[in-house]
Design a protein around this ligand. Structure first.
Ligand code: SF4
Length: 543
């Protein structure tokens, strides 16, 4: 059961204890995390059977709750055991996740070891840029110290170049890939950074791989210093807490508002949409505004920026042919697939096109270029592929924005009621959720009603249930990149099925499938949860 409490923040059992070198899938365990080791395997198996049987017998959604959940709860109580929080979630409260917490922009391949550090040093750059000119005039240098896991595994992740890029004032959202490549290939080159009246020259040597062991506040700790010779003019300790999130000494969690339309499950959401006739885009926008305090304009601007970063990533990935970094020596495929040397007919061309977009962004992630978590870095190729294919057929910007909202809602539901972490739930939680989000995005952007949107998301997630996480050599390349391509194609497939069937006749609803994913995650052997101890990770021999 050890893996069930897996946490990136846990130095004993956390991300650093697995053999993955570049995956960021194990984000911080959210406060609403479901994976509490309440059951023995035997009791758990009993509940799974009851839940499955109940879902089949009772049908879905009539009570506003997943059928499996209700039956499993009854079964648990009858057996005299504590109801598992994975199935009984009344106390969790409404979903409060925000778009900016979900779609995070920055360099791949790891949100904790590359994206987080770059966001940290960019934050430090912005802080020191605002210091008084007389203080900046005294400055002679900048230093970043990496501690704990960032120091132990940072070289493989490209933590140093990401940190230097942020320190040089490059924004994690739009740092050009050429700049990141230049930092990697010219380790001795010095780069200027201007801070008010002062220009300093920095190199990768200013990013110091410091102590790997110690009494750190967090396993991923960094300190950033502005120096005047030996004197420290300004210093701040930071933490890359997982999933691209950053904190610092004295950090206070920002307060959130309450959603206008609170929901925890898809069936509650559907009630607003179907019974009250509230459009999905309007509901999600108003919730986002209420929770974040942002204006509609700010929210659309954010989503437009997300879209641009994704499109830029796909377009870059389609033009570059290279061997990807790391021991696998994997050749990129996206650019070659664009040529379509073989005549495949209309269906083959469409599938090749969508798959090539998924490859393009997945390969960009592996190169350490700028990506958007959707929901994670490992699955970051799916939504950009869906987006590009929607742009190809001239879907209007406003429809695409609403598609992003629908995709996020699916991600929130999966995060709230299951997991988004490969380390907790295998690849079904990353690529499966990404594909499900993509299916919802297509359906919403194409103007489908809420039932079709939900059915499309359900269909795509269902098609990924049980998928394990087994990255070869611990790198987010094999099978991750190809799975992004499949995830995008399956998103389209799910949309095509959902939009052609009679929506009322679908026998499995989204909540049930999310619950099934959570149950499958809990039963999955830890070898298949990003540990690189099973599946392809041990079957593929690297020469
Ligand atoms: S196999 Fe899936 S879950 Fe695992 S690292 Fe790759 S993309 Fe992430």
């Amino acid at each position: 059961m050890k893996n069930l409490t897996y946490s990136k923040n846990d130095p004993e059992n956390g991300c650093d204890s697995c053999s993955s070198k570049t995956c960021d899938s194990c984000g911080p365990v959210p406060s609403d995390n479901l994976f509490h080791p309440v059951f023995s395997r035997r009791n758990f198996g009993r509940t799974v059977l009851a839940a499955s049987a109940g879902a089949l017998l009772i049908g879905c959604g009539k009570s506003g709750k997943p059928a499996g959940e209700a039956v499993a709860k009854a079964d648990s109580l009858a057996a005299g055991i504590t109801p598992d929080p994975i199935l009984v979630q009344e106390s969790k409260g409404p979903i409060l996740t925000l778009l900016s917490e979900f779609y995070k922009m920055g360099p791949g391949p790891s949100s904790s070891h590359t994206m987080g550090p770059m966001r940290i040093t960019y934050d430090f750059y912005q802080r020191i840029s605002k210091l008084p000119a007389e203080q900046l005039n005294k400055a002679t240098g900048l230093k970043v110290h990496l501690f704990g896991s960032l120091s132990a595994t940072g070289k493989g992740h490209g933590t140093d170049r990401a940190s230097l890029a942020g320190l040089l004032g490059k924004s994690p959202a739009d740092c050009p890939p050429q700049f990141l490549d230049d930092l990697a290939t010219n380790p001795d080159k010095s780069y200027p950074v201007t801070l008010g009246p002062k220009t300093l020259n920095l190199t990768l040597k200013d990013i110091i791989f410091d102590a790997t062991k110690g009494d750190f506040h967090h396993p991923n700790t960094m300190t950033c210093k502005l120096l005047a010779g030996p004197e420290v003019l300004y210093e701040l300790e930071y933490y890359s807490v997982g999933g691209g999130f950053i904190e610092w000494k004295g950090y206070v969690i920002p307060e959130k508002g309450q959603p206008k339309y609170p929901y925890q499950h898809a069936n509650e959401l559907k009630k607003y949409l179907i019974d009250d006739n509230i459009p999905l885009g309007k509901l999600l926008l108003e919730n986002e505004m209420a929770i974040s305090g942002k204006s509609e304009k700010e929210i659309w601007e954010f989503l437009d920026q997300v879209a641009e970063v994704m499109i830029r990533g796909v377009e870059t990935g389609l033009t570059v042919e290279s061997v990807l970094p790391g021991p696998i020596k994997l050749h990129s495929k996206a650019a070659g697939m664009q040529l379509m040397k073989v005549n495949k007919g209309e269906a083959g061309r469409a599938i090749t096109t969508v798959a090539s977009y998924g490859f393009a962004m997945g390969e960009e992630n592996a190169r350490g270029h700028i990506i958007v978590t959707a929901p994670t870095a490992g699955s970051a190729g799916i939504i950009p592929a869906v987006l590009k294919s929607l742009r190809d057929i001239k879907v209007p910007t406003q429809k695409i924005r609403e598609g992003f909202l629908a995709a996020a809602a699916i991600g929130y539901l999966c995060k709230h009621n299951a997991t988004l972490s490969g380390a907790e739930g295998g690849c079904q939680a990353e690529v499966g959720v990404g594909s499900s989000m993509g299916a919802a995005m297509i359906a919403q952007a194409r103007g489908e009603g809420p039932k079709v949107v939900s059915n499309a998301a359900e269909s795509a997630l269902e098609a990924h249930l049980g998928m394990t996480c087994d990255p070869v050599a611990g790198y987010v390349q094999v099978p991750c990149i190809e799975r992004c391509a499949y995830g995008a194609v399956k998103a389209w497939t799910a949309y095509c099925i959902a939009s052609e069937e009679n929506p009322q006749e679908r026998r499995v609803d989204l909540d049930t499938t999310i619950a099934a994913m959570a149950l499958t995650a809990k039963e999955m052997n830890s070898k298949y949860k990003e540990t690189s101890e099973g599946g392809l990770a041990v079957s593929v021999v690297l020469c």
